[in-house]
Design a protein around this ligand. Structure first.
Ligand code: ZN
Length: 235
């Protein structure tokens, strides 16, 4: 047993990850990064999941975050503390009828960039190694895979991808963005490797502290100034 076995003793609203953390070389955070001002947390930082419906300016915000139009967005599965989208919940079928397996799509540029650094720092290789040798973790990731499929099926049945989740699940780790997006959307203890990504990420990016640019103040424009969008960006 280790410190992460003590979930039941945590205060309400604080959830410990169910698997041990993976030590990541600090250079994994990339050159030019200041030393993290704090250690990695021992709990998973929580995103705001209270407003899944698309707000009037969400599609514009996500397009600006990604630098291109977003496709097949059903809602916003996770938001920054400032309200901006972090994870888009997308429909499993695009407007041109092609299957779209990435149901939870990370849109936040700060998160995308920081996770890219984790990937280039070798975290995926360590996770794959653990997945091969830790049956408990493998079983948990199988459950995460099934959870992903179940949540997608709520948005429609697409036989071509009915057994395909995202990020390499259940047996491989191929994309930390996909795992983190699932963890942000589903909350802690659903995708343990996604939870670990969020913990590793926390010294440089976390969903419960806004690091958006521009900051929250500039976001507080009257929504009435913008046209309400109701149709898809597909096409
Ligand atoms: Zn923010």
């Amino acid at each position: 047993m280790d410190q992460f076995a003590a979930a039941s003793r945590q205060p309400e609203g604080v959830v410990q990850p169910s698997v041990r953390p993976i030590a990541v070389p600090r250079q994994g955070l990339g050159p030019g990064q200041p030393s993290p001002p704090e250690a990695r947390p021992t709990v998973v930082p929580l995103a705001d999941r209270s407003r899944p419906a698309l707000a009037a300016d969400d599609l514009d915000l996500m397009a600006a975050q990604l630098g291109r139009p977003v496709r097949a967005v059903h809602g916003v599965a996770a938001r920054c503390a400032c309200g901006r989208p972090i994870v888009a919940r997308t429909r499993p079928l695009l407007a041109d009828s092609s299957p779209f397996p990435t149901t939870y799509y990370l849109t936040h540029p700060g998160a995308i960039k920081a996770i890219g650094r984790l990937e280039s720092g070798g975290l995926m290789a360590e996770m794959n190694q653990r997945l091969r040798t830790d049956p408990e973790l493998a079983a948990a990731m199988m459950r995460a895979h099934l959870d992903y499929l179940r949540r997608r099926q709520e948005l429609g049945q697409v036989p071509a991808i009915s057994q395909i989740s995202a990020g390499g699940m259940p047996r491989r780790v191929k994309c930390l963005h996909a795992l983190a997006a699932h963890a942000l959307a589903a909350g802690p203890d659903v995708n343990p490797l996604g939870d670990l990504v969020l913990i590793e990420l926390a010294p440089v990016w976390r969903p419960d502290r806004c690091s958006c640019s521009p900051g929250p103040a500039q976001l507080a424009q009257p929504a009435s100034a913008k046209e309400t969008k109701t149709k898809e960006n597909d096409g």
